[in-house]
Design a protein around this ligand. Structure first.
Ligand SMILES: [Zn+2]
Length: 119
């Protein structure tokens, strides 16, 4: 296995913990690791997903420009396909969540006042 280090980032977790995210190439194939609990367990890691979708608000290291190093290795990869699928599903989820919240509010209002609104 020929491994090449690409870049590394430090992100702040929700409880103020710092996590280290690495991007490496294994025989030209991009892979990424995170030091959070989810990382080694093979679970969904929001830190890596956030970075891969351009989210830098939790970035503690001052090297967001290095995210550009990842992009050429993402193109055409299985990770990119999965990431696109995730992004699309997340948008549908967010839209559905907003609609549900609005419907809940309307339903709650109607439970207090069941008269048909004028406009
Ligand atoms: Zn993580």
């Amino acid at each position: 296995m020929r491994s090449k280090h690409l870049c590394q980032f430090v992100v702040l977790g929700s409880k103020g913990d710092e996590y280290r995210i690495r991007f490496d190439l294994d025989n030209g194939v991009l892979f990424t690791t995170c030091t959070c609990q989810a990382g080694p367990n093979g679970s969904y890691c929001k830190h890596r997903v956030s970075l891969l979708t351009g989210g830098v608000s939790d970035l503690a290291s001052k090297n967001s420009h290095e995210l550009a190093l990842i992009l050429p290795h993402l193109a055409g990869s299985r990770l990119k396909v999965a990431l696109d699928e995730f992004t699309e599903a997340a948008e549908i989820h967010d839209t559905a969540k907003r609609r549900l919240d609005k419907a809940k509010k309307k339903l709650t209002d109607a439970m207090f006042n069941n008269r048909v609104a004028d406009g």
